[in-house]
Design a protein around this ligand. Structure first.
Ligand SMILES: NC(=O)c1ccc[n+]([C@@H]2O[C@H](COP(=O)([O-])OP(=O)(O)OC[C@H]3O[C@@H](n4cnc5c(N)ncnc54)[C@H](OP(=O)(O)O)[C@@H]3O)[C@@H](O)[C@H]2O)c1
Length: 355
């Protein structure tokens, strides 16, 4: 991989650009793409850190043959790149979409929520007015562990949200089996990196380090994408799942506990999970509840399930790293699938334990 230079042509490998590269997801994209075997040249664009070395913002990238952040040039990046990653705050991607399309961008993968939901009514309900609702149907939802080879050839991919990823990977086996009896509820906990690099009161160390609190309990935005996927899987236009979101004194990770009532008693919930994810390389079904620390830094999801009430109720546990499986790693997995590369390319690494 060659970093930070537009002279990628002829070096072999993919030309890859990241916009919003100084943020947490941008940094994680650079970390993973710098080691990806199919990436030839990697360019990082940053408004707030133009001309600074990558490692000035992401000190853990000191080892990478990275360059300096370039001033954002959306059209130029879209023309140059084989793959353009967007790692910008919500609302920015939809305002850049016209330039990206005019430049004839090839593969674009957005890590924000701008294009995750196709139903314009749901978008309006959860996010307010959209700048280009006519483009929503052109985007594919990149839940890579479920979509798999169906992402082959995709050109516009919206990477799922972190809470949505943890929740949907637990819900999918139940939805696929047609066994959900009523709206499910998911109690989910996130670390502070889920809020991005910009300091906020609730991510400030003295406030967060020894505390625990709920938020968005009236309806978290990720419920829109969860509902849309669930409706597609079940065929039930009213299917939904409440997200009960909490902040924990962690930096990375999402731990989700899903509770669902079932139509028919389910005797072997672990078997249901194993059947649903047979052959999927990044899904591990454990015999015991997952530990968050075991997935931190990785692209894996660890799942576990238990039956209650004679099998009429099931509890599913799901643990992911919000910045890897919940953002950059899943986005790269989607890139691999879209381009027909090995699905696991650049993502076959373990975590840090303890971390
Ligand atoms: N953090 C997570 O766990 C996570 C998980 C899944 C999805 N996401 C989504 O991925 C996207 C990036 O998230 P993040 O956590 O990396 O956020 P972040 O750390 O705040 O980074 C966002 C980057 O966007 C750029 N930017 C451009 N205009 C901006 C503005 N007006 N205000 C602030 N930043 C601006 C900045 O990069 P430059 O100055 O370098 O251009 C900034 O570093 C978001 O849409 C987020 O919802 C995040």
């Amino acid at each position: 991989m060659q970093g930070g230079s537009p002279g990628g042509a002829g070096t072999g490998g993919l030309s890859v650009a990241v916009l919003g590269a100084s943020g947490y997801v941008g940094g994680e994209l650079l970390r993973l793409l710098a080691a990806h075997p199919a990436v030839g040249t990697l360019r990082a664009f940053s408004e707030s850190n133009t001309d600074r070395p990558w490692s000035a913002v992401h000190p853990a990238l000191l080892h990478a043959a990275g360059g300096t952040f370039e001033a954002p040039d959306v059209r130029g990046a879209a023309v140059w790149a084989d793959v353009l990653f967007l790692a910008l705050p919500h609302g920015r991607s939809q305002r850049l979409a016209a330039d990206i399309e005019a430049a004839g961008a090839r593969l674009v993968i957005d890590t924000a929520a701008d294009f995750r939901v196709r139903d314009a009514t749901l978008v309006e309900e959860f996010y307010g007015p959209h700048a280009c609702p006519e483009q929503l149907p052109a985007w594919r939802y990149g839940l890579a562990d479920v979509a798999g080879a169906r992402l082959a050839g995709a050109r516009r991919i919206a990477a799922p949200g972190c809470f949505a990823t943890a929740t949907l990977l637990a819900l999918y086996p139940l939805a696929r089996a047609g066994t959900l009896a009523e709206p499910a509820a998911c109690f989910a906990v996130t670390g502070s990196s889920g809020s991005g690099a910009e300091p906020k009161r609730t991510t400030h160390h003295p406030v967060r380090a020894h505390s625990f609190f709920g938020y968005s309990l009236g309806g978290h935005r990720h419920e829109a994408e969860v509902a849309e996927q669930l409706r597609g899987w079940t065929g039930d236009p009213a299917a939904t799942c409440s997200l009960l979101t909490h902040s924990a004194p962690l930096v990375r990770g999402i731990h989700a506990t899903l509770r669902a009532r079932l139509r028919e008693p389910l005797g072997d919930p672990l078997g249901l999970l194993r059947d649903a994810y047979a052959g999927r390389p990044f899904v591990r079904v454990l015999d015991a509840p997952p530990e968050l620390a075991a997935v931190v830094g990785t692209n894996f999801v660890h799942l576990h399930a238990a039956s209650r009430d004679g099998g009429r109720e099931v509890v599913m546990l799901s643990a992911i790293d919000n910045l890897v499986k919940g953002a950059a790693g899943q986005a790269i997995q989607a890139m691999n699938l879209a381009l027909g590369l090995a699905e696991t390319a650049g993502l076959e690494f373990g975590g840090l334990y303890p971390c």
